[in-house]
Design a protein around this ligand. Structure first.
Ligand code: PAF
Length: 281
């Protein structure tokens, strides 16, 4: 696996690897890789001739009081895992080489970026879209792979690509979970033992909500209320839990079209997100 630190080096290496019309798959990450990320890499390996993985903790998507400084960084270990998964290229830019010192241009989706996670993390999605756009232009992949755990992010990226007619197929990969249902996340390592024990209640609440919906409950307020109670009883503090349209990402009053439940909850000081998709009945 080759390692590149600059866009120029990445383009040079990719130029050689993609010769003869080979397809490139990009897996953007912030490192601290776990099985969820490795599943994305394996999907890319199965679908594409050349697999590029980026590891970059993007300062633009962190708010001033968030965990940019403490976000886990362990590139050497990440590189070993990626090598074992068969990645061809690891792109590890530094902030200084990737961003102009006076970087100004931002990608925004004014309709949706301020909802749900965006309401509580102002600027987060604009920062994420901007870095993903930069990564897309750097690697020019045919395919890019994102986890469904970050459902709102994956939706916004797919919308950006569609709105701007970029020739990139966005592949959304199902969330990988621990045995107790907790969605894998690099931030799970912040959980103290008591919070770690309570956190699977998020998944349990979503699964019960889906069961109730499948059994005929369509009222969004009632479905949401029950799920919030389950999380609170396990010691969680729900920041938001919304049932929204898969198509528009706008809130629904009843589950009359394909929907997704988006949730963020604190266990201790750790903010966790998860979701579950619902079919219309
Ligand atoms: O989901 C993430 O890890 C990040 O938001 C991403 C897509 C790599 C952009 O920094």
């Amino acid at each position: 696996m080759k390692r590149c630190k600059t866009v120029e080096a990445l383009r040079r290496e990719l130029g050689k690897l993609r010769a003869g019309g080979k397809t490139v798959g990009l897996v953007p990450t912030m490192g601290a890789l776990h099985e969820g990320h490795l599943t994305l890499v394996r999907e890319a390996r199965a679908k594409c001739d050349v697999v590029v993985v980026s590891v970059f903790v993007n300062p633009l998507q962190f708010g001033p009081n968030e965990d940019f400084e403490s976000y886990p960084r362990r590139v050497a270990q990440d590189a070993k895992l990626l090598e074992a998964c068969g990645a061809d290229l690891l792109f590890v830019p530094t902030t200084e080489t990737f961003y102009n010192p006076d970087h100004q241009t931002m990608i925004v989706n004014p309709a949706v970026q301020g909802l749900y996670c965006g309401k509580y993390r102002p600027g987060h999605f604009s920062g994420a879209l901007t870095v993903v756009a930069k990564l897309f232009f750097a690697a020019q992949p045919e395919f890019a792979f994102f986890g469904k755990k970050d459902w709102q992010q994956a939706w916004l990226i797919a919308k950006m690509v569609s709105d701007l007619n970029w020739p990139i197929r966005i592949v959304k990969v199902p969330t990988v979970r621990g045995k107790d249902g907790l969605a894998l996340s690099s931030r799970n390592e912040y959980l103290d033992p008591k919070s770690r024990a309570g956190a699977p209640a998020i998944r349990a609440a979503l699964v019960s909500l889906k069961k109730a919906q499948v059994s005929g409950e369509r009222n969004v307020a009632r479905l949401a209320e029950e799920a919030k109670k389950t999380i609170s009883r396990a010691g969680g503090r729900v920041q938001y839990l919304e049932i929204v349209s898969q198509k528009s990402l706008l809130p629904l009053k009843s589950v009359s079209e394909p929907a997704v439940v988006l949730v963020a909850a604190f266990f201790g000081k750790t903010r966790l997100i998860d979701n579950i998709e619902l079919s219309a009945r």
